[in-house]
Design a protein around this ligand. Structure first.
Ligand SMILES: Nc1ncnc2c1ncn2[C@@H]1O[C@H](COP(=O)(O)OP(=O)(O)OP(=O)(O)O)[C@@H](O)[C@H]1O
Length: 571
C-alpha cells in the first residue's frame, strides 16, 4: 500500500460525509419538535376554537413533517452504515497486509486489527447516532426555557444529572472493559492455536493444559465483564427511574403552572414531550457508552497498529533479475534476541547454479533460506539478487521471480490449480508445466477433479507428500529466477527424491538459481556448491566435490573405521 497512514487518511475522508450527516441531524432534530408543536396547537387552538378544519390541517402538516423526519433518519443511518462499510473496505486489505508484517516481526496480535475494524464498522452502523443528536440537547432545553423558565430549570437539572450518570458509567466501566478485552484476546489466541493444532492436541491429550490456560484468561474476561454489566445495569436502571420521575415531575410542575394560569394546557404537554426528546440522547449515552468506549479503544489500537513503521521500504520497481545471488557478511538476530542466529556469512551463487545448504539441526539453515527470499531485514550485511537488496525489493515486483518452499508447506483452501498459480487466475499451461516439473501432474490427474480438486483448509485433503509436491509446483510456477527449497524432500519417498533432483536439473538448465536446504545426502546430488553452517556461522563453502572431500576427510579422521562415501553432515 502506498499510503503510510491509511487510518488517518481514511478518517480524514470521512470528515465531509460526517458534516453532511450532522446537517441531516440538524433537520431531523428540528422536525422532532413536530409532536410538541402539534400538541400545543391542538390543545390551545383546536380545543379552544373547536375548528375541525384546523385540526385536519395540523394533522396533515404534522404527518408530513414526521414522514420527512423518518425519511431523513433512514438516510442518515444508511449513510453512517455505508461510511462504516467504506472504512472497512478501504482498511481491511492494508490491515491484513500489516498483520502479516506483524507476524513476520514476531508479534502475537494476528487478527486483532481486523477485529477492531469490525467493531469500528459496527459502531458506525449503530452506536454512533446518538452522538449526532447530543449537541441538540441544549437547543431543546432552550425551547423548554422559552415555554417557562421553571420548566427549563427542571429540564436542565435533569439533563445535568443524567449526563453525570453517563460520565460515572464511562468512568467506572472503562478499566474493567479494557481488561476484559485484553483477556478475551489472549483467550482467543489460545483457542486459535489449539484448533490449528487439533491433531496433536487430540492424540496426546494436550487439551487439559490448553483449557487451563484458556480458562484462566476466559475467567478473567468473564469476571471483568460481570463487573461491567453490574455497574452498567445499576446506572442504566437509575437513569430509567430518574427519567420517568422527571417526566412525571414536569407534568406535575406544568399542571401547577396551568392552575396558576402561567402556561396553557398545550404548553404543559408540549414541555413534557420536548423534555422526553431532550433527554433521549443523554439516556442513550448512559447505555451506549460501552459501545463508544469500545469503538474509541478499537480506534486507538488501530492508530497504533497503522502508525507502526512499515517493515519494508516502499522501493521502486526494478527490472526482472537474472538470479545472481550475493550474500555479504550477513548477520541476523531476532529483534529481541541476544545471540545472532546467523553471523558474518558471505557467499555467492551465479545464475543457473544450485547451492546446497547443510548443517546440524538449529544451525540456522531455515533462517538463511528465509533471508534469501527477503522475509527479514538483515541485522547487518546484505543479501542481494542481481545487485539489489532482496528485502527492500517490492514484493509485488519480486514475488513472481521467487519460488519458496517453506519447511511447513502452507497451502490454502481452494483448488490445486489456484494453489499452484499462487492464488492468481491460473494460467493453465504454466500450471501444468510447474506440476510436471514437480512430478505431480499424474498424481493430480488421479484426484477426483484433477486440477480443480478442492484441497480444503491448509490442503487438509492431501497427504504430506502430496502437499510437498504441490508446494514445489507452486514454487516453480512461472519460471522464477531464484528458487529456495527448505527441506523439499522431507516428506518424499525415493521416487519423489529422484523426481525432485530431475526438477532441479531442469530449472537449472533454464537458468534459475536454486538453493536447497536439506539433511539428506540426496540434497547434494544436483548441487554445484555446498555451504555448511555451524551454529549460525559459515563452516565450509565451495564447489561440491571440494566440500564433500573435506567432509569425508574430516569424518575419516574422526572415525577411521567408518569410511563412508557420502558424509552424513547433519543429524
Ligand atoms: N522466530 C524465531 N525467534 C527466535 N529464535 C528463532 C526463531 N526462528 C529460529 N530461531 C532460532 O534460530 C536458530 C536456527 O533455527 P533454524 O530454524 O534456522 O535452524 P535449522 O538449521 O533450519 O534447523 P532444522 O534443521 O532443525 O530445521 C535456532 O536456535 C532457533 O531457536
Amino acid at each position: 500500500m502506498s499510503n503510510d497512514r491509511p487510518l488517518a487518511a481514511a478518517l480524514g475522508r470521512c470528515r465531509q460525509p460526517l458534516l453532511w450527516i450532522a446537517a441531516f441531524s440538524l433537520l431531523i432534530n428540528i422536525l422532532m419538535l413536530t409532536s410538541s408543536l402539534y400538541m400545543m396547537q391542538v390543545f390551545d387552538r383546536v380545543l379552544a376554537s373547536g375548528s375541525l378544519a384546523t385540526l385536519a390541517f395540523l394533522t396533515l402538516a404534522a404527518g408530513g413533517a414526521l414522514a420527512l423526519m423518518s425519511a431523513l433518519d433512514f438516510v442518515r443511518s444508511r449513510m453512517l452504515g455505508q461510511l462504516g462499510e467504506w472504512l472497512d473496505r478501504r482498511l481491511s486489505a492494508p490491515a491484513l497486509e500489516r498483520s502479516l508484517d506483524g507476524v513476520l516481526a514476531g508479534r502475537g496480535d494476528r487478527m486483532d486489527a481486523l477485529r477492531d475494524l469490525d467493531s469500528l464498522r459496527g459502531f458506525f452502523g449503530g452506536g454512533i447516532t446518538f452522538l449526532f443528536d447530543a449537541p441538540w440537547v441544549p437547543v431543546y432545553l432552550a425551547v423548554i426555557y422559552l415555554l417557562h423558565p421553571v420548566l427549563g430549570h427542571m429540564a436542565a437539572g435533569a439533563a445535568v444529572v443524567l449526563f453525570a450518570l453517563a460520565l460515572v458509567n464511562s468512568h467506572v466501566t472503562a478499566k474493567p472493559l479494557s481488561a476484559a478485552g485484553m483477556a478475551n484476546r489472549r483467550a482467543m489466541r489460545t483457542a486459535d492455536s489449539a484448533l490449528r493444532n487439533a491433531e496433536a492436541v487430540e492424540a496426546m491429550d494436550l487439551m487439559p493444559g490448553l483449557i487451563r490456560r484458556w480458562e484462566a484468561d476466559h475467567e478473567v474476561q468473564l469476571t471483568y465483564q460481570a463487573t461491567v454489566m453490574t455497574r452498567n445495569a445499576v446506572l442504566v436502571n437509575a437513569t430509567k427511574f430518574l427519567r420517568q420521575m422527571v417526566q412525571i415531575a414536569i407534568l406535575g410542575l406544568g399542571a401547577w403552572l396551568v392552575v396558576r394560569h402561567e402556561i396553557t394546557g398545550g404548553t404543559m404537554i408540549a414541555g413534557s414531550i420536548l423534555l422526553g426528546r431532550a433527554l433521549q440522547p443523554v439516556e442513550l449515552a448512559v447505555g451506549g457508552w460501552k459501545q463508544v468506549s469500545n469503538a474509541r479503544a478499537a480506534r486507538q489500537r488501530l492508530e497504533e497498529f497503522f502508525n507502526r513503521p512499515a517493515r519494508r521500504p516502499a522501493g521502486l520497481p526494478l527490472p526482472a533479475p537474472k538470479g545472481h545471488l550475493t550474500v555479504e557478511n550477513l548477520t541476523f538476530r531476532m529483534p529481541d534476541g541476544q545471540k545472532p542466529i546467523l553471523a558474518g556469512i558471505t557467499f555467492e551463487v551465479p545464475p543457473g547454479e544450485a547451492l546446497a545448504v547443510i548443517g546440524h539441526s538449529a544451525a540456522g539453515k531455515s533462517t538463511l533460506a528465509r533471508m534469501l527470499v527477503g522475509l527479514h531485514p538483515p541485522t547487518a550485511g546484505t543479501v542481494r539478487l542481481d545487485g539489489a537488496e532482496i528485502f527492500s525489493w517490492r514484493r509485488d515486483d519480486i514475488g513472481r521471480h521467487l519460488g519458496y518452499l517453506p519447511q511447513d508447506v502452507e497451502l490454502f483452501a481452494g483448488t490445486i490449480a489456484d494453489n499452484i498459480a499462487r492464488l492468481r487466475t491460473p494460467d493453465a499451461e504454466a500450471v501444468v508445466t510447474a506440476a510436471r516439473l514437480a512430478d505431480c501432474h499424474d498424481m493430480i490427474l488421479r484426484l477426483p477433479n484433477g486440477y480443480d480438486t478442492e484441497i480444503g483448509d491448509g490442503g487438509a485433503m492431501l497427504s504430506s507428500g502430496q502437499r510437498q509436491r504441490i508446494g514445489l509446483a507452486r514454487a516453480l510456477y512461472g519460471q522464477p529466477r531464484l528458487v529456495v527449497l527448505d527441506e523439499p524432500n522431507s516428506a518424499l519417498d525415493v521416487e519423489g527424491d529422484e523426481a525432485l533432483n530431475r526438477a532441479i536439473a531442469a530449472i537449472k538448465q533454464a537458468g534459475t538459481t536454486v538453493v536447497i536446504v536439506g539433511h539428506r545426502p540426496s540434497t547434494l546430488a544436483q548441487a554445484d556448491r555446498v555451504l555448511m553452517l555451524r551454529e549460525g556461522r559459515l563452516h565450509m563453502f565451495g564447489p561440491r566435490a571440494d566440500v564433500i572431500e573435506r567432509l569425508t576427510r574430516h569424518q575419516v579422521q574422526a572415525v577411521p573405521a567408518k569410511n563412508q562415501p557420502m558424509p552424513q553432515t547433519a543429524s
